[in-house]
Write a protein that binds this ligand. Sequence first.
Ligand code: GAR
Length: 207
Amino acid sequence: MNKKRIVIFASGRGSNAAALYDAMQAGDIQGTLVAVICDHQNAQILKRAAEWQVPTVVIEMKDKETYHKEILKAVKSYHPDLICLAGYMRICDETLVNAYPNQIVNIHPALLPSFKGLHAQRQAIEAGVKISGCTVHFVGTGLDDGPIIIQAAVPVYDNDTEDTLSQRILKEEHKIYVKAVKAFCEDRLEMKGRQVIGINKEEKNDD
Ligand code: GAR
């Protein structure tokens, strides 16, 4: 099977990007990271990508229209099979989503469709839920919207802070993001209405 060409979009620390990169290097994901696109010139992900010797593109937001045009042009130049949003804190515009149907995936630190948007972990604590988690989904045109590929749950404890809950969820993010991208690269994911099938039972239950 040919390796898929993967472009990562990120805005900050890049720990999910690192989990994906490590899995590609280890041969667990049949993919090659061909570029990292970032919207902040000081983001930590850029240092990581430099260490990996992966090309980076920095496009900062000045005005919306120019930003989205430049993003589309940059991403197209790398001919990706898959775009992974990994801590990318912006909404993809419709032109990008339509150019890559079911080829853009995102990781979100909540059990969608609950707690979309910023500070999902804080939203979960404030709502008083006892279980939260993370979700990998295909990207639609709405905020944190689109068919769900895989989720993992974690308990929320009475004394949790945004930080402690975020750390517990992040460990699961790294695992499920690798599983989702691995399945994509093995051409296992299929759409059945809004359902995504192809993640096997062992992958779902494995902790
Ligand atoms: C992760 O928790 C990710 O789920 C979240 O940002 C963090 C980035 O961490 N993304 C979102 O909230 C997107 N809606 P990382 O840069 O270390 O991967």
